[in-house]
Design a binder for this molecule. Structure first.
Ligand code: PAF
Length: 281
């Protein structure tokens, strides 16, 4: 499997090849969710670049960055079954940030104001900086992102339009562990007990979806917090209901409206997020 570390090398490699190219940007520590993106990209493109780069500018806390799991050897093994169709791009900081590790400023309006935008200041500027660089370096026809990071997906769609990048941004469904926990590289930092218990996040969202709380968000939040925080090391950072269009949290549910739950939960030091569509029709 080809591995490129330099932007110039990968640009050179594809210069003479005019083939449908897919990009799956990742921060490594690959799991089945990533592999489902790679599979979809392989189905829809002749060649697929999987980028592996832990982007420092999207971490607003140094400890979060230093605890982020990373295992390049294992990632390579996991990608091997896709054969030569897949190429790895694993740049270092100098390739992505030749002028210093700093993010640019973007304005995605309400799409990045709340949820992760509010609780992780600067996060989306970091994400947009690296994604813009990757899209401009690789020049794919399509790029694939998971819906677990729903807010990120909407911000990247906006980035693509604002910067006129001309890439088809494909959102792919969340892949979950057997008990319902959304797949995330961060799950590798959970103890086996925490990993089992963390399925409470999805299970509770499912219950909220099916149970009639009369659209009362306060009661929904209280129920979510009570269920999730029954476990000692669990702490809900936010539980919000927002329209998938503008990502503005609402206080009241309109019976005809379409919404999503957005949650962030600390399990010990590990921060997990999840999201689920929700309507009252
Ligand atoms: O979703 C991720 O893994 C990252 O935010 C991304 C899109 C690879 C940018 O660093």
């Amino acid at each position: 499997m080809l591995v490129f570390k330099a932007a110039a090398e990968i640009r050179d490699y594809f210069k003479s090849k005019s083939v449908p190219l897919g990009l799956v940007p990742t921060m490594g520590a690959l799991h089945s969710g990533h592999l489902s993106l790679v599979q979809r990209a392989c189905n829809e493109n002749e060649r697929v670049v999987v980028s592996i780069y832990v982007n420092p500018t999207q971490f607003n806390q140094a400890a979060d960055l230093s605890h982020y799991p990373s295992n390049f050897k294992r990632d390579k093994e996991l990608l091997k079954p896709f054969g030569n169709q897949v190429i790895i791009y694993a740049p270092d900081d100098n390739e992505i940030y030749p002028e210093g590790t700093k993010s640019k400023n973007y304005d995605f309006g309400t799409l990045t104001t709340y949820m992760e935008g509010e609780f992780r200041p600067g996060h989306f500027n970091g994400v947009a900086t690296v994604v813009e660089t990757l899209l401009k370096t690789i020049r794919p026809s399509k790029a694939y992102f998971g819906e677990k990071d729903f807010q990120q997906l909407q911000a990247i769609k906006a980035l693509n339009i604002q910067k006129n990048l001309g890439v088809v941004i494909v959102g792919c469904p969340i892949v979950r562990e057997a008990q319902g926990l959304a797949m995330s590289s961060r799950n590798q930092n959970l103890t086996p007990d925490q990993r089992k218990q963390a399925s409470v996040i999805y299970k509770t969202l499912q219950k909220l979806k099916n149970k009639d709380f009369d659209g009362n968000i306060k009661e929904m939040r209280a129920y979510f917090v009570k269920q999730v925080e029954q476990y000692n090391s669990f702490k809900v950072e936010y539980f919000l209901v927002a329209s998938p269009k503008d990502l503005i949290p609402v206080d009241e549910i309109n019976p005809d409206g379409i919404y999503r739950f957005f949650v962030a939960v600390f399990v010990g030091k590990t921060r997990l997020i999840d999201t689920l569509p929700f309507d009252r029709m």
